[in-house]
Ligand binder design. Structure first.
Ligand code: NAI
Length: 456
């Protein structure tokens, strides 16, 4: 039985990056993945959805080319089969890159289902298919899966292929005529944005009275207006009560309504994967279905770490990357901890939404004394030069006591690309007066941060 310093269970962003970092740090590492390396992010989440959204962006530009003095004859349409094939090519390239990265760092990889059998003097015993291995440490990175609530008709219609999750929708080679999206969160909105651009009639049914969950209120309302202008119908404050093969039944103010659909996307959140691979054999603590970890990514069991969606903290691939690094650093004797207050989040709709840190509301709820500044993106020359719909804004939240930034909320082009500049300012606690001295390239949209800082 081969013994490792570390066995990583799961080959998604937390698992593959953790394994790579561990290999680089000199740990003899094994990573076990039962499906494809790259996990949900590379195969059926972040990356594939971005290939879809880019095709929609190209089509949107082509259909509004006249706004920029460009003549296009006829309407631009999307070849969905081609989009899916291109997506598969992009995924293949990235997955092979992940495997190459693992090999480069001398990580052993197994494409099999892992099962933790228990702990002995030699360490943890893990089966991978027919083989058994031991390791001194474990990194659990089994990810998450879509929440499937007990709504009448849901299970049957999932099995029949009428209801899709993020996995199946990214393999659709035909554009649905009528798509109903259950849940107006990140997945729902990105897919609503894509399918409305490529010709589906899209209806979103959302339980809350706003879209985009914790996104700052004004940003979420700008996004809603823009998507509505593309034809997306929003039913907010509506609870889904039933699914039929041709539509979704929901309740609005106590009254039942039905919206017809040929495809239905279920995107009401994800839950940690903690069952079926022997976690109970080593006594790892769970809370609300997710593994409990501290800010060093340690579980209650010595030498067992958990990173990524499985700990249910912040279900984002970039959080998973950093958590995996923190876990490996702590395993190898380098003190490190997660700082969850500086994790940016991006919604890749058109327009793009990017946020980091506190909103004015959340800061006040924590008893902080804050100043907020909000300016339109039209302060940026490049933004005006490149856009015809000029509704973007940038909001910064400042801690009055420390005179440092604690939050930023931006909607508009490139927001997802430059939000990290604000994350760094928050993380490094840069004084506002010092931010004013930073030189931003001109003309760029990221200059908006400098402009906003000067308005404080
Ligand atoms: P989500 O948590 O973002 O949104 C789910 C939405 O469904 C919420 O607005 C919720 O109020 C609503 N909902 C819940 N039950 C409902 C019901 N019965 N009827 C109607 N609405 C209901 O979850 P989502 O969109 O499924 O995404 C899952 C995870 O994937 C999230 O953690 C997200 O952060 C991550 N993700 C991140 C992306 C990004 O960073 N760009 C892209 C896609 C996913």
């Amino acid at each position: 039985m081969e013994t490792f310093d570390l066995i990583v269970i799961g080959g998604g962003p937390a698992g593959y990056l953790g394994a790579e970092r561990a290999g680089k740090a000199g740990l003899k590492t094994l990573v076990i993945e039962k499906r494809e390396f790259g996990g949900v992010c590379l195969n059926e989440g972040c990356v594939p959805s971005k290939t879809f959204l880019n095709s929609a962006k190209v089509a949107d530009y082509a259909n509004h080319a006249a706004n920029y003095g460009v003549k296009v004859s006829g309407k631009a349409t999307v070849d969905q089969k081609f989009v899916v094939e291109r997506k598969n090519g992009v995924v293949k390239m990235l997955v092979s890159g992940v495997k190459a990265g693992l090999k480069k760092n001398k990580v052993t990889i197994k494409n099999a289902e892992a099962f933790i059998e228990g702990k002995s003097a030699e360490g943890f015993t893990v089966k991978a298919g027919e083989e058994t291995f031991t390791a001194k440490r474990l990194l659990i990175a089994t990810g998450s899966m879509p929440v499937v609530p007990p709504i009448p008709g849901l299970k049957e219609n999932l099995a029949a292929g009428v209801v899709l999750t993020n996995r199946e929708i990214l393999d659709l080679t035909e554009i649905p005529k009528e798509l109903v999206v259950i849940g107006g969160g990140v997945i729902g909105l990105e897919m609503a944005s894509y399918f409305s651009s490529v010709g589906s009639k899209v209806t979103v049914v959302e339980m809350l009275d706003k879209i985009a969950g914790p996104t700052e209120k004004e940003l979420s309302s700008i996004l809603q207006k823009r998507l509505a202008a593309k034809g997306v119908v929003f039913n907010l404050g509506c609870k889904v009560t039933g699914i039929e093969k041709d539509g979704v039944i929901f309740e609005r103010n106590g009254k039942s309504e039905k919206v017809s659909a040929d495809k239905i996307l279920l995107s009401i959140g994800r839950r940690a994967v903690t069952q079926g691979f022997g976690l109970e054999n080593i006594g790892v603590n769970l809370e609300r279905g997710a593994i409990v970890t501290d800010d060093e990514m340690k579980t209650n069991v010595a030498n067992v770490y958990a990173a990524g969606d499985v700990n249910g903290k912040v279900m984002l691939a970039h959080t998973a990357y950093r958590e995996a690094e923190v876990a490996v650093n702590n395993m190898t004797g380098k003190k490190d901890r997660m700082r969850y207050n500086v994790i940016p989040s991006v919604i890749y709709t058109n327009p793009e939404v990017a946020s980091v840190g506190e909103t004015e509301e959340s800061a006040k709820a924590k008893g902080l004394s804050v100043k907020t500044v909000s300016i339109p993106l039209t302060y940026s020359g490049r933004y005006i030069a490149e856009n015809t719909e000029l509704d973007g804004i940038c909001k910064l939240v400042v801690n009055e006591k420390t005179n440092t930034l604690i939050g930023a909320h931006i909607i508009g082009s490139y927001a997802g690309e430059f939000i990290v500049s604000v994350s760094a300012m928050i993380d490094l606690e840069v004084d506002i007066e010092n931010i004013k001295k930073l030189v931003f390239p001109h003309p760029t949209v990221c200059e908006i941060v400098r402009e906003a800082v000067w308005q404080i």
